[in-house]
Design a protein around this ligand. Structure first.
Ligand SMILES: [Zn+2]
Length: 292
């Protein structure tokens, strides 16, 4: 897991909303464009408050702008698929990160990010419905699990905002290998461990993010298939004249760590497998050919 790449501030974030607003045509009885223009100063003030909250790491204290309540529908309508410019905004968000960073959902690292989560829910903060830093690429599982529940009952944030929240640079995801009767002969379970010096306040948010999205269980569920694939890759490496499977595996882990962060579950799984003597024996057996 790692932070998303900071979204460029040039053009200013508000310009994406202006582009979408100005392309709007009058539909039905509501002139969304005129309503949005009439409240532009308030929208700009809200964008400034959002930027300040991120800068001060006080995102949880942000409250909706009551002056914008009367144009709630017009603000939400900006994110509609029918709105010209939304597709371009999503493409810009993707292009900032490149193909490989967004191969997996940044919130879980498990599946493809086919949706965008409004970190500050558009039902409560319609003013940020097309704010690029409020749109987090993520998978449908993470998106539907988080939904509008960005705060808990005590008004504390429950999920990491991947553009701005602190994620430990040191390893905080631990892998334990065990030997169940699986196809590969090795299984894995995952646990969190607070790195020394990482503030408890920030750590609670990391823990909450993992707990709400059930990430440790999701990693464990997928680990057997992942281990089987890693085993096959290592066996193929040996079968085609390669040597030193530990080094081979660590090399892949090093490269993936640069893209997905130190505590990515696959990266840590590969490191643990590279250190395992049993896994080395399994690789040797697999590369000797199919059992007769
Ligand atoms: Zn996800």
């Amino acid at each position: 897991m790692r932070n998303l790449i900071p979204f460029p501030s040039n053009p200013q974030h508000i310009e994406y909303l202006v582009l979408i607003r100005d392309a709007k045509k009058i539909s039905g009885e509501i002139d969304h464009k005129s309503l949005l223009v009439s409240k532009h100063a308030e929208i700009v003030a809200s964008y400034a408050a959002f930027a300040r909250a991120i800068q001060r790491n006080e995102l949880g204290t942000l409250v909706p702008n009551p002056a914008l309540t009367p144009i709630h529908r017009s603000l939400v309508s900006c994110y509609s698929n029918r709105s010209s410019g939304v597709g371009d905004l999503k493409k810009t968000i993707s292009s900032v990160h490149g193909l490989r960073v967004l191969k997996y959902c940044p919130m879980c690292g498990v599946t493809s990010p086919t949706t965008h989560d409004h970190y500050l829910p558009s039902s409560q903060f319609p003013e940020f419905s097309v704010h690029p830093v409020n749109l987090v690429p993520c998978c449908s599982t993470c998106n539907s699990t988080k939904d509008d529940d960005w705060l808990d009952q005590n008004s504390r944030r429950q999920y990491l905002h991947l553009y701005s929240d602190l994620i430990p640079a040191d390893v905080f995801l631990e892998v334990t290998l065990h030997s169940p009767a699986t196809l590969s002969g090795v299984g894995a379970t995952f646990a969190l461990s607070r790195p020394t010096g990482f503030r408890l306040k920030d750590w609670r948010l990391v823990q909450s993010h993992f707990a709400r999205l059930k990430l440790l269980d999701r990693y464990t569920e997928r680990s057997n298939a992942e281990i089987a694939e890693i085993l096959e890759s290592c066996a193929e490496h040996l079968l085609h004249g390669g040597s030193q499977p530990r080094r081979f595996l660590r090399g892949i882990a090093d490269r993936q760590e640069l893209i997905y962060g130190t505590s990515n579950w696959r990266v840590q799984l590969m490191r643990e497998l590279a250190a395992s003597n049993k896994f080395q024996r399994l690789i040797a057996a697999a590369s000797a050919g199919p059992a007769s």
